[in-house]
Design a protein around this ligand. Structure first.
Ligand code: SAH
Length: 350
C-alpha cells in the first residue's frame, strides 16, 4: 500500500480533517490491502466508543405510495407494476408489540412520500408508540417535509429522522432525480431536523449511476462537515421497472471500504450494515459490521406487505433479515465477536 494513502488514513484517524482532493485520492486508491488498513483503524475507533455492541432497529415499512419519481427507486410513482399498500395505525402498533417482545427498543417507520401520512395521523401514531413503550426510540424515514411538519413530529415524541442526502453533488443529484427534487431542499430538511433536536441521519447509495470518485469525495466531505448522528450507505441495486434497470449494482468491497472511512471520519456515528448490503452478498451484513458498521435493521413489517416494499430487485425480507429471526442473527454476530444488545442505542457523546 502506498505511503501517501497510509499517511492520509493516519491523519484521518488522528482526528484531522481532509480536503476534497485527499478524499478523492483515498477512493481512487482502493485495494483489498487499503481496505484492510482502513478496516483495522475503523474497528479500533468503533471499539473505543461502542465496544463490541451491535444495536438493532425494528424496521416497519408503513407504506409504499410515493408522490416522487426518483429514477432508481422501485416504489417511484411511475412504476405501475408496484402493488401499493398502507398500514393502519393498528397494524403499526401490532408490529411494535411484536418487536418489543423480540427485544427491539427502536422502531423505524419508513415509507414513500405519501400525503396520506399527514401530521395528525403521524403524531397520533408516534405518541401512541411512545406512551405504550416509553423506553423506546422512534425513528422516522418519510422523506422531505416542511419545518412545521417536522416540528409537530418532534413535539409528538419522534427521536430520530433518517433522510439520505443521496449525493452531495448537485449535478449528480439532478441525474438521479426529476427536476422538482433538489439537493438544496434535501439539505434544508437535514438542517431543519438538526435544529429541531432530532438525531439525524444522512447517507447515499454506493455505485449509483453517474457516481464518480469526485462525487463520493463530496459525500465524505459532507459527512466530515455535517457530523450526522447516523449514516445509511448501501450499494445501489437496479430495479427492473425503473429507468435505471440496466445499470450495474454497486460493489460490496467499495461499500465496506466507505463504511470504514466514514467510521474514522466521525467515530461516534451510528452506521448500519444495510439491507442492500445483505442483498448483494449472503454475508454482506457481517462484512459491513467487520468494516465498521454497528447497527442492523431487521424487517418488522407484516409478512404480507414485505414483498411490496421493493426498492430494488430481490430485496431480502424474510430469512435472517426478518426481525423474527433475531435469535439467529445474535448467534451469527456472536460467532464473529459481536453482541446484539437490547438498548435504544443512542449515539454516544465523545
Ligand atoms: N421516502 C423516504 C424513504 C426512501 S427509501 C426518503 O425519501 O427518505 C430509503 C432509501 O433506499 C433511499 O434513501 C435510497 O437511498 C435507498 N434506495 C432506493 N432505491 C434503491 C435502489 N434501487 N438500490 C439501493 N438503494 C435504494
Amino acid at each position: 500500500m502506498d505511503n501517501q494513502l497510509k499517511s492520509l488514513a493516519l491523519r484521518l484517524y488522528s482526528g484531522e480533517g481532509l480536503s476534497l482532493q485527499e478524499f478523492e485520492y483515498i477512493i481512487e486508491h482502493y485495494s483489498p490491502e487499503a481496505a484492510k488498513f482502513f478496516g483495522n483503524l475503523a474497528e479500533e475507533k468503533r471499539k473505543e466508543i461502542y465496544d463490541n455492541k451491535i444495536y438493532v432497529r425494528g424496521l416497519i415499512e408503513i407504506g409504499n405510495y410515493c408522490k416522487n419519481d426518483c429514477y432508481y427507486c422501485g416504489i417511484r410513482k411511475s412504476n405501475k407494476t408496484c402493488e401499493r399498500y398502507r398500514l393502519s395505525k393498528e397494524d403499526i402498533l401490532l408490529c411494535c408489540d411484536e418487536g418489543y417482545t423480540l427485544g427491539f427498543r427502536t422502531f423505524v417507520l419508513q415509507g414513500g412520500e405519501d400525503t396520506f401520512w399527514n401530521d395528525d395521523f403521524l403524531c397520533d401514531v408516534i405518541s401512541s408508540i411512545k406512551s405504550r413503550y416509553s423506553d423506546c426510540a422512534v425513528t422516522l424515514s418519510l422523506g422531505e417535509r416542511s419545518f412545521d411538519s417536522y416540528k409537530k413530529l418532534r413535539d409528538a415524541g419522534a427521536d430520530r429522522y433518517l433522510l439520505r442526502h443521496e449525493t452531495a453533488d448537485s449535478e449528480h443529484y439532478a441525474l438521479l432525480h426529476p427536476q422538482n427534487l433538489t439537493l438544496e431542499n434535501r439539505i434544508r430538511c437535514l438542517k431543519d431536523l438538526r435544529e429541531l433536536g432530532f438525531q439525524m441521519g444522512c447517507g447515499f447509495m454506493v455505485g449509483s449511476p453517474y457516481q464518480t470518485a469526485k462525487t463520493l469525495a463530496k459525500d465524505l466531505e459532507f459527512i466530515q462537515n455535517f457530523k450526522p448522528d447516523m449514516c445509511g450507505i448501501g450499494p445501489f441495486i437496479p430495479h427492473k421497472d425503473t429507468p435505471f434497470k440496466d445499470f450495474k449494482p454497486g460493489s460490496l468491497e467499495l461499500t465496506c471500504y466507505l463504511l470504514s472511512i466514514i467510521r474514522i471520519i466521525y467515530p461516534p456515528v451510528l452506521l448500519p450494515a444495510t439491507t442492500a448490503l445483505g442483498t448483494i452478498h449472503p454475508n454482506g451484513r457481517e462484512l459491513g459490521i467487520k468494516a465498521g458498521a454497528n447497527v442492523i435493521m431487521p424487517n418488522l413489517s407484516p409478512l404480507e406487505v414485505r414483498k411490496k416494499y421493493m426498492l430494488y430487485d430481490n430485496k431480502i425480507a424474510t430469512g435472517e433479515e426478518s426481525a423474527q429471526s433475531i435469535k439467529l442473527l445474535k448467534e451469527k454476530m456472536a460467532s464473529i465477536g459481536y453482541r446484539i444488545v437490547t438498548d435504544r442505542g443512542d449515539r454516544k457523546e465523545i
